[in-house]
Design a protein around this ligand. Sequence first.
Ligand code: BG6
Length: 461
Amino acid sequence: MIDRLAIFGATGDLSARYLLPGLAALRAAGHLGDGFQLTCADLASWDDERFRGWAATQLDRHGTAWPVDAREAIIASARYRRADITDPADVASVIAGAGPVAVYLALPPALFPVAVQALHQAGLPPGSRIVLEKPFGEDLDSAVELNRLLAALVPEEAVFRVDHFLAMSTVQNVLGSRLANRVLEPIWNSTHIAEVEIVWDETLTLEGRASYYDGVGALKDMVQNHLLQLLCLVAMEPPISLGERDLRDRKLDVLQSVRPLTGDDVLRRTRRARYLPGRIGDRDVPAYVDEEGVDPGRRTETFAEIELQLDCWRWSGTTFRLRSGKALGADRKEVAVRFRPVPYVPFGHGGEALPNVLRFGLDPECMTLDLTGIGSHTRTFVPLALTARMEPPDLPAYGRLLLDVLNGDPTLSIRGDEAEEAWRILAPVLSAWSGDLVPLEEYPAGSDGPAPRQPYGADPA
Ligand code: BG6
């Protein structure tokens, strides 16, 4: 296990919300000892004391109730260095020390190439690891270039392109449920499954993240990474083992099987929208374009939806719908596997049997199977739901990811070829959206998203 972690961008939102709480959770669970060294670097001219005070406030704001000594130990282990990631001398002073170091780039994606070059010039100790947040690159070409720079710095197994969804226990449970149960895998194919919806609808709005989000938008923030990774777990062939190579090879197969979207597909099968003013619960929410730091001219979407088909034996004929939006009226975060209707029912004249739906609830974590029953007196169909709540995970997602980084286990991180393949899938969408070929729709904050669309080509009258 590496016992040195250096975080660049350490005073940012990611560090406050996820990295510091993740480290405190690791300490509380006994994974980090007294020898753990944490160097936090950013542009602000702070000293150790100022950083530790800030870290304590963030842990109180974003944390759960850790034992006081775990919280104190993480704060005390942090040293702060003012450093410019583009300056190799600054970078060298942050990573200086005995033995390998794990370097976490909690930075805007546009800085990754220059950061990787600066690390190269600074001289990363042998055995070191590097951690990047999504999106990995900004399109296919920049992802290829970033992978080339990374390959010159460290071996692929030392690159952690983290996707914290993969560290969520329910997300792993999608694959676990398929493979550990006799009843699912025989019907896990297009003969039985009509549609899979992978949905991350949030009531959360921009939450002060314009400097990151306005340059990215929903497609690159959620679909390119989190939702395509979920697609992989739902659709992959059973791997021989859960070792990093077997698992990531099978995920890559899924991405490679996604049918390339034609120009016509992009018009019919993708949607983008952004939110207008509205009310979510008891909060008044301004329009996205009026949020602080947003440049309306960028036409950034806060809602994205795409429909994909897979060209392979198992899935030919099943539709995969991926969707995510911010500032919606209700949280809906789930993978919903919708089965085809039964071929014939000899009773129950009160309507049609509802198709079965298996739902993996991602937040809160649960599983639900929607079934159809028969009302005993009326002989009509009644909906039934079997629900199982999941045990809370032993570690939060970022705790799990950080532990894997320190232990050198890249199984739950994204391999370079997967990242490139994900960009290949989205390339026609990015090009059509940036050329304004697909309308940027609008929806009131607090609503269900943009209104249902007219069928493509239908006369609007
Ligand atoms: C992040 C996205 O990766 O995931 C956010 O950048 C999104 O926009 C978030 O809100 C959702 O995950 P979580 O775990 O923070 O609810």
